[in-house]
Ligand binder design. Sequence first.
Ligand code: PMP
Length: 358
Amino acid sequence: MLTTRLLRFTRLYSSVSSSFKIKDGFVDTIGNTPLIRLKSLSEETGSDILGKAEFMNPGGSVKDRAALFVVKEAEEKGLIKTGGTVVEGTAGNTGIGLAHVCRAKGYKCVIYMPNTQSQEKIDLLRMLGAEVYPVPAVAFENPENYNHQARRHAEKLPNAVWTNQFDNVANRRAHLETTGPEIWEQTDGLIDGFTCSTGTGGTLAGVTRFLKEKNPKVKSFIADPPGSVLYSYFKSGGKLNERSGSSITEGIGQGRVTTNLQQDVDLIDDALYISDEKSIEMVYRLLDKEGLYMGASTALNVVAAVEMAKILGPGKKIVTILCDGAYRYQSRLFSRKWLESKQLLHAIPEHLQKYIIL
Ligand code: PMP
């Protein structure tokens, strides 16, 4: 008993002391995010619904980790030298992470993104000194897709690298080496289930691989929004449909199995489809009940965690990712006009509509 207490104290003390040490600039503050118990949802399900607070990364999202790893890899491989340029195709968050990392390390940053993304992300990228090209949102197969434009831009410049987050597995490695181990430690290895949505698939693949290597009994579910092909891919045993429809959840949803996801695709136990109605309602519930001002992909992840808890039964520990804050989307998610234009106003319960202030 005394030894257990002593061990706990030593562990607590050592983790507290290391997290309070002086950090060596922006990149040193990436990761080691808290794991938060979502009280109202835990009470509702009888399981611990735990959110990994990735919005607390210094660049404000889960993508800071991948941004750091892809740049570090480019440096290690000698693909970029001081004063060089990092070019990336991104829905915004990887770009924001990269723009911070580039400023901190002395690189230029060029970002191609689909022009469907929020103005807040574009503005922030430009404020961070990135050169931003919002381009028409066309499918990956089209040579004008933002990723191919980013690749071509880098090819034309000397001392430039296209970090290629979708198919560069340094992205997945960020989560295999940091997010996964942190979750394992924070749950004392007692985690039963992990679920999250995917953009590149780096988070889902890397975390799933780490957790399953520690304990193959941990379940992993992919959570998928409308307009993504991955739910039907998993449910049909590997059939890829054409992409159709769209979602309000920025940064997630996919039309293909990326190289990052491919690495660990066989480890995913099941898939959950989460509608925009459920996601937007959860944005408002998280704010009202938990005091958390979260973006729509986070809300979708939390809905998925609740569904997973119901599937696995009570008394479990379910972890998901709190990807980023609502600040990045507030002109949309908290605008009555925008919600009406997406026919989502009805999904927000009457008593929560007081938060719609724009
Ligand atoms: N949520 C948000 C808000 C994102 O920007 C992203 C990445 N585009 C994700 C979730 C998904 O992360 P990953 O790329 O690791 O699948």
